[in-house]
Design a protein around this ligand. Structure first.
Ligand code: AQP
Length: 332
């Protein structure tokens, strides 16, 4: 039987997850979990590149694992773990740092954006973020990495680092491919459709959090920025707001964009925005209920994390050991 390919993906437990996180990567995880050997991490080591409140970071870590499961990721089929529970991530990151150039990291768009947003704390970790992400991915001999489009540059650099290491020694790492959602690889901010929807947007009305209650979801969609026209048509160049809403509606209903347009032919923006809000709220409610149920069962979640960390460490240590051997680290 052909060996299954490996899929790796992670999300940071910062703030609250948005429907961008759900539509971009998580929905893909759910549909691919039967076909791949999946590793899903909660990236708490990435999270501390921006200051966090320790108690909140701890709590969000559990919330994110509960959310993965509530969204439909099956802990029986997939390895789910917390990044800091597998020390190999930090260890491989250190080695890969020596195969990465400072100039490359200075050019990373996310580093430049976050340096502007966190000018008081441009720490080395923020700059090193893509190398840690390369270590995350390469440790598992990953074939595919489902991510949003904003992570394209980081997956590219992970590929470059893998190839650089493989060329310097001998084939050690699988060179991974990014995988983007067909619809919604970049969900945009409802208040500023030129920007990606983000967990930490200044204006919370621009982001739909997976934790938002029904009234909040509907209110935010009703206020979503559109354009002065009246046609509900997908055209990201001239109708960024409407196109974003159509993508969200398609992702949540499973309809194509053309089918979504047809649903609203002849209708006004007000009706359309309300329908998108109701569709999203209907979908989020059972996820929220299931997440709350899981969070009340901490022993179960910790069991998932313990077993996940063991299975992840076993796979990761194999790669790390190969790397240490190749670079000449004396091993006992
Ligand atoms: N708007 C989005 N549309 C599609 N995919 C998205 N992702 C994030 N936003 C969108 C994808 O979600 C995954 C995890 O993201 P992350 O936790 O590493 O980062 P983030 O959600 O972008 O949040 P950050 O880094 O904390 O930034 P801010 O604070 O600006 O929100 C990734 O696969 C990402 O592509």
């Amino acid at each position: 039987m052909e060996e299954r390919k490996i899929l790796y993906s992670a999300i940071q437990p910062t703030n609250n997850l948005t429907i961008g996180n759900y539509i971009g990567p998580i929905k893909n995880w759910i549909s691919l979990q039967n076909d791949y050997n999946c590793f899903f991490a909660v990236a708490n080591m990435h999270a501390i590149t921006v200051r966090q409140v320790p108690a909140e970071l701890r709590q969000k870590t559990l919330e994110v694992i509960a959310l993965y499961i509530a969204c439909g990721v099956d802990p029986e089929k997939c390895v789910m773990y917390v990044q800091s529970h597998v020390p190999a991530h930090a260890e491989l990151c250190w080695v890969l740092n020596t195969f990465t150039y400072v100039g490359e990291m200075e050019r990373m768009t996310q580093f430049k954006d976050k340096s502007l947003r966190h000018a008081e704390n441009i720490n080395m970790g923020l700059m090193d973020y893509p190398v840690l992400m390369a270590a995350d991915i390469l440790l598992y001999q990953t074939d595919v990495v489902p991510v949003g489009l904003d992570q394209r540059q980081h997956v590219e650099i992970a590929r470059d680092i893998a190839q650089r290491f493989n060329n310097a020694f001998s084939p050690t790492f699988k060179v991974p491919e990014a995988l983007y959602a067909k619809i919604g690889a970049k969900i945009n901010d409802l208040q500023d459709p030129a920007k990606k929807m983000s967990k930490s947007a200044e204006n919370p009305n621009g982001s739909i959090f997976l934790s938002d209650d029904r009234d909040t979801v509907i209110r935010k969609f009703k206020r979503a920025v559109t354009d002065s026209g009246s046609e509900i048509k997908y055209d990201p160049e001239t109708k960024a707001g409407i196109s974003n809403l159509l993508s969200i509606y398609s992702a949540f209903t499973g309809k194509t964009v053309a089918e979504a347009e047809a649903d609203f032919a002849g209708k006004g923006y007000g009706d359309f925005k309300l329908a998108v809000g109701e569709t999203v709220a209907d979908k989020l409610f059972p996820i929220q209920k299931e997440q709350a149920r899981l969070l009340a069962d901490k022993a179960y979640l910790e069991g998932v994390l313990r077993s996940g960390a063991e299975r992840a460490a076993r796979a990761a240590n194999k790669t790390l050991s190969k790397v240490y051997k190749k670079i000449g680290f004396y091993q006992l």
